[in-house]
Design a protein around this ligand. Structure first.
Ligand code: TK8
Length: 338
């Protein structure tokens, strides 16, 4: 009985190995449906890039790899989608690196307040070896990181008062991404930081469950936060990357050709997304003013005060990522400074 079982197992193993090799040689690209989820709506920079990614994959695979995109968190919040990817119930997504910190603590390094001062500096560090190293950490948790896209520099909106000086944060109920560094940063500056998934944000602002939030101009515009927020204060307190991820369970079952097609499309969409995002950001401020938002620039002196006050949040980053990695990222950022 035992021998029979072993014999059957060996045959099955051998058969599947040979079968796989044969299938790949005969047909490198199999018809597949890829569910790609994201949090913003279709008319956002995130939505446009997701659409481009889907088109590129269809083109390069002769229509065999079909990407179905699901915007507006219709497959769930970033957290829920990450878990679906890990379990193999969903194939791909794009979302904030900040929402991955619970899974891969090293991701918190990108949440360091004022780490980058211009987007090209961010590109170099994210696309360089240390960016890749951090991305690769996802694999042991069941995710494959493909590329970083740009979310952008974050600015504060609220419906109480313009944030002109550090003290203006006092008592403002500010939604932050569910992540210890963001919570600490805004608590330190005096706000009442409320962690909430992005998918609940518009309603929370509308019902005044929170007074404000922080996100790049693009998102404030595409998510129509101007309908429920009066003041926009230009703080540029942190640069946020998005990251395109795949389910490792699913990815490992793809042929090399299929992986190559998806990776190349993700890179192409990345380059286009960054261009699109920067173009849109440069016009978004005027658009937001037209929609009635009152915009104020925060003076360099007050930015310096905010930065100093938020300093202890850097320890939260270091506790999460380790001193060595933190120093490495800082050094890369300095090198990439223009
Ligand atoms: C979209 C989010 C969003 C992020 C946030 O899924 O949560 O505020 O900036 O872009 O990832």
């Amino acid at each position: 009985m035992k021998r029979l079982l072993i014999g059957t197992l060996t045959a099955a193993l051998l058969g599947s190995t040979l079968g796989l090799g044969h299938a790949q040689a005969a047909d490198d690209i199999r018809p597949r449906m890829i569910r790609f989820g994201y949090g913003l709506n279709e008319d956002s920079n995130q939505g446009r890039a997701a659409k481009l990614l889907a088109e590129e994959i269809a083109k390069a695979s002769g229509g065999k790899l079909k990407v179905r995109t699901f915007g507006s968190a219709s497959l769930g919040s970033d957290d829920q989608m990450q878990n679906a990817l890990i379990g193999g119930a969903q194939e791909m997504m794009v979302g904030s690196t900040a929402t991955l910190v619970g899974i891969t603590p090293e991701m918190a390094v990108w949440d360091t307040p004022f780490l980058f001062s211009d987007p090209h500096q961010a590109d170099q560090v994210l696309d360089g070896p240390v960016g890749r190293q951090i991305m690769n950490k996802l694999e042991e948790k069941g995710l494959v990181g493909l590329v970083y896209w740009e979310n952008g520099f974050r600015n504060v909106t609220n419906s109480t008062r313009p944030i002109e000086k550090l003290e203006d944060f006092d008592g403002i109920k500010l939604r932050v991404m569910p992540n210890p560094v963001f919570i600490d940063t805004f608590k330190l500056m005096g706000a009442n930081a409320v962690p909430l998934p992005f998918s609940e944000l518009f309603t929370a602002l509308e019902t005044e469950a929170v007074d404000g939030q922080e996100n790049p101009y693009n998102t404030i515009l595409s998510s129509k936060f101007y309908e429920v927020q009066k003041f926009l204060s230009v703080t540029n307190h942190v640069y946020s990357p998005w990251i395109v991820t795949a389910s490792k369970r699913w990815w490992d079952g793809l042929s090399q050709t299929e992986q190559g097609i998806i990776m190349a499309a993700a890179e192409k969409a990345r380059d286009a997304e960054r261009e699109d995002t920067r173009r849109e950001a440069s016009q978004a401020l005027a658009a937001l003013k037209e929609h009635g938002m009152q915009v104020n620039e925060v003076s360099p002196e007050q930015i310096r005060r905010m930065r100093e006050r938020a300093q202890p949040a850097i320890q939260t980053v270091i506790d999460s990522v380790g001193q060595e990695l933190f120093d490495q990222v800082r050094a890369e950022a300095e090198k990439a400074e223009r």
